[in-house]
Design a protein around this ligand. Structure first.
Ligand code: GUN
Ligand code: ZN
Length: 494
């Protein structure tokens, strides 16, 4: 098999298996950051949380002579006491933080290879968001040169190609294209930490999409520096497979308690909204006073959220998970809305059938399935006398059944209207997505608008056909009904 095998898909997200020289890992997964100088949670202990792979910073090891010598002698696995896969980063982030580091790309890449890293990273240049275009371009050129050099040095270990380009989406796209041409086993999206720190999640969505569009689909993608669980559903839905987390430790240092929908100051907690081994064995007071306990809780919830994401891929309900999680913060809601702008694109990757469609608010009206449905309205052949009726929303099934069978006798075709999809033939009541969608009876106007737009589309596609459009009180006053009048005989239900 190739290095990466995809097992399940939902949206652009996937469950995959990646082969490394220290065994397989299942993605999406989170790689806890191990720093041999200061970790409270040891490498071996990471397994009990669910870690299948760790990430360490090769530069931190390299710059301390003692550590460097030990790593060269024993290898990184023995040095850290962990026999499962280990990815190493190159020190690029230090380069970004402190501007200058004392190692060349060649040196640090060869060092990673020498100590037996399973996934190596070149010394890319993380360009921050919103810099001048010239700067982003210059950095990018150098980054590409270094990646080419790294590729020529590394053949046996897996090597990550990094996508930079600041907030210029065309540069992200170009860079992704170039790294794909060079060819790597893993791809990584870098330079996004400042966006994560400023909660600019909508910009993050744009960057991930611009990069993913130009990367090979059958390779894993790492989102550098994204360790907060609240971003996992969205990032995985857009096709990210690997995450690294120093967040669990950094937030603990800042006395922050992570949850799947945000961050709390531990000081402000009176109760613990979690049942992880820490929260179920210690008191609020103990956790407030002990940074290690806090880091441990943070790591438990981080892995828990990733399992939740994976389960939602298997059952194909990842969109709904994104909708639930993205309602925790306005900045996340921005990102969800941004994601809906890419629905047409996501639709191309998305499996056609899935978990029942739950309508959970306006963003659901823009889901990929709704767009797909609209683009396929031309598949319905209609002729003769056709009824389109909003009768669907009436609840009594017996009444509805009688009514529909009467109508089927009078008309050649009967379509019912279900928001947000719009018209569907009576016979399609069981099929995905229309037939397998649950819509609140008090559905919002956005869903009705999309439904009526699709009614109009059906009418326009079949101008020669005689249509009757019948609507009930709940649709009264919708401005599109007047539009429909231009193509159909409109009757209001009594
Ligand atoms: N860690 C966080 N961001 C980055 C990045 O852009 N590149 C590398 N190599 N590591 C990172
Ligand atoms: Zn907990």
């Amino acid at each position: 098999m190739t290095e990466f095998e995809i097992r399940h898909k939902d949206l652009m997200g996937r469950i995959g298996k990646l082969r490394t020289s220290h065994g397989y890992i299942e993605t999406p997964t989170i790689m806890p950051v191990i720093n041999p100088n200061l970790n409270s949670i040891g490498a071996e202990e990471m397994k009990k949380y669910g870690a299948e792979i760790l990430i360490a910073n090769a530069y931190i090891i390299y710059r301390k002579e003692g550590l460097r010598e030990a790593a060269i002698k024993k290898g990184i696995h023995a040095l850290l006491g962990f026999e499962l896969p280990i990815m190493t980063d190159s020190g690029s982030y230090q380069l970004y933080e402190y501007k200058d580091i004392e190692v060349s790309n060649r040196e640090i890449v060869e060092f990673q290879q020498r100590i037996g890293s399973d996934i190596c990273v070149p010394l890319d240049i993380p360009t921050p968001p919103n810099v001048k275009r010239e700067r982003a371009k210059d950095d990018l050129e150098e980054t590409l040169r270094r990646m080419q050099e790294a590729r020529s040095l590394i053949q046996t270990n897996l090597l990550a190609g990094v996508v930079q380009g600041s907030t210029f989406l065309d540069l992200r796209g170009e860079c992704a294209q170039h790294v794909s041409e060079i060819g790597f086993e893993v791809y990584a999206i870098g330079g996004v930490v400042p966006l994560l720190e400023s909660y600019s999640f909508d910009k993050l969505v744009d960057i991930i999409v611009a990069s993913k569009l130009n990367l090979p689909l059958n390779a894993p993608v790492h989102l550098f520096g994204a360790g907060h669980p609240m971003i996992f559903p969205l990032a995985v839905a857009l096709g990210c497979d690997l995450f690294d987390s120093a967040a669990y430790a950094l937030y603990a240092k800042g006395k922050r308690y992570l949850t799947s929908d945000g961050t709390r100051k531990v000081e402000e907690l009176s109760y613990l909204p979690c049942s992880c081994p820490v929260c179920s064995s210690y008191s609020v007071k103990e956790i407030k006073e002990n940074e290690d306990l806090l880091a441990s809780h943070n790591l438990w919830v981080t892995f828990e959220e990733m399992r939740t994401v994976k389960q939602s891929i298997v059952e194909r309900s990842l969109w709904e998970l994104c909708e639930r999680r993205c309602r925790a913060y306005p900045a996340l809601l921005n990102a969800l809305i941004q994601m809906t702008k890419y629905s047409a694109l996501i639709e191309r990757y998305d499996p056609v059938t899935k978990h029942p469609f739950f309508y959970l608010g306006e963003s659901s009206a823009h889901r990929p399935e709704v767009l797909r449905y609209s683009s396929r309205l031309n598949r319905f052949t209609v002729s003769g006398k056709v009824l389109i009726s909003t009768f669907f929303l009436k609840k009594e099934p017996a009444l509805r059944k009688n009514r529909i069978s009467e109508e089927v006798e009078v008309f050649d075709h009967v379509f019912l209207v279900k928001p947000p999809f719009g018209p569907y033939p009576v016979g399609l009541e069981e099929s995905y997505p229309v037939g397998q969608s649950e819509i609140p009876t008090a559905v919002d106007n956005e869903a009705k608008t999309i439904a009526l737009q699709n009614v109009l589309k059906l009418l326009e596609l079949n101008r020669k056909v005689k249509f009757v459009f019948r609507y009930d009180r709940s649709w009264e006053g919708h401005p599109l009904i007047d539009e429909i009048r231009r193509y159909a005989e409109v009757r209001k239900e009594e």
